[in-house]
Design a protein around this ligand. Sequence first.
Ligand SMILES: *[C@@H]1O[C@H](CO)[C@@H](O)[C@H](O)[C@H]1NC(C)=O
Ligand SMILES: *[C@@H]1O[C@H](CO)[C@@H](O)[C@H](O)[C@H]1NC(C)=O
Ligand SMILES: *[C@@H]1O[C@H](CO)[C@@H](O)[C@H](O)[C@H]1NC(C)=O
Length: 427
Amino acid sequence: MHLETSSIAAAIFIASEVSGVSALPKAPEWWKPRSWKPPTQHRFQNAELGPRPQYLIADMDEGWLKDRLSLCSDVVARPSKFSIGHRGGACLQFPEETRESIEAGTRMGAGILECDVAFTKDRELVCRHDQCDLHTTTNIVATELGSKCTVPFTPAKDGAPATATCCTSDITLAEFKSLCGKMDGFNVSASTPEDFLRGTPSWRTDLYATCGTVLSHKEFLQLVDSHDRDFTTELKAPRVPMPFNGDYTQEKYAQQVVEEYRAAGIDPSRVWLQSFSFADVAYWLRADPAFGRQAVLLDQNGDLSGAFPAAVANLSFYKDAGVQVVAPPLSFLVALGEDGEYVPSTYATTARKLGLKILTWSLERSGPLAQAAANGDMYYSTIANGTHKDGDMYRLVDVLAQQVGVQGIFSDWSATVTYYANCFGLF
Ligand SMILES: *[C@@H]1O[C@H](CO)[C@@H](O)[C@H](O)[C@H]1NC(C)=O
Ligand SMILES: *[C@@H]1O[C@H](CO)[C@@H](O)[C@H](O)[C@H]1NC(C)=O
Ligand SMILES: *[C@@H]1O[C@H](CO)[C@@H](O)[C@H](O)[C@H]1NC(C)=O
């Protein structure tokens, strides 16, 4: 019983139960940012995997893989670097890129945690998946800072959707820290800023979206280091012309990430920098090889239909340029065999032949898989015809691990990958 529950909180609970709408707090003053306190709790040493892996296994077709995975249902799990916490590692249920998502991903055994970086107006690095996603991932439009947005909130009218565009570069670090992280999404028919905040897909939840703690990159380093895990920072593409504010060039931005690791005393062997831009990876390789050595080239060039053979052909170009790790989306690495089984794609076999290490993204972003496959979800696009249910997820993880030979999988729910890694001894 929670007798201390205030009548206001009880009223919100009842209201949302009755109307069936989102549980997000309605009035802006009910969003209360938690202040950043450096981590002081004990290091999370074991991994807690919860009920989801078992749920997925129970849904699998009978066979050796199901039997093998079932045998591991009682193991004491440990963290694994095969399990990479995407946007924190728990954003299936927790606001992405927040302290809460990272702590939950760490709990679920992610051995590597991700922060995507963007820069603020005063050139500080913060964790956000896109420089201009504050209007869908925070409560900014419902705060006074909403007026500073590149495009302030405009209500839906006469069939035109509600809009806003809010960028980290619109505000300072101190202003950014006053925001609350929420689940990514927005309400296209919103007539008020508060309604604009609602738009979480039904298979995610607003249960933990009560005010996610947004993080600077420096805070991210402190948090992940306190649990002794590895780091992956992605340099997000600027959405403003560079150089920004005079002399802030792309290279200064790329170098700033490295300098923050160095200032925090973190060994480069624990750091996996990433970018979709080959120029960024080439910069790190050239300017700071200690950190460049493990830099990850994110590859989605084959996304455009018809470009896939060229993306495969490009792999040798990347290899010759010194890139050691490539990370394409799940769909690039698998194809369907004659009996509807998952098999490695030509991209996968080519990357392996060239001796490139492979990471891939992102598991657990698609919701229920039958629905995802039917709706043309991009992560399952190459195997949609062989994908029928949630239990198929471990067939995919198994082919990626055993046949493609990936070294790690980014996931929005780290437990799913950590379970497999523990079961098969991948650390
Ligand atoms: C979206 O906005 C409209 C108009 O403000 C509102 O009626 C509707 O309830 C909102 N949807 C959600 C899920 O909150
Ligand atoms: C090949 O690599 C270059 C350098 O990153 C890139 O500009 C080009 O788009 C790539 N082409 C394909 C098809 O991947
Ligand atoms: C899946 O099956 C449909 C219908 O048989 C076919 O049109 C489509 O090309 C197939 N997709 C893939 C990726 O094989």
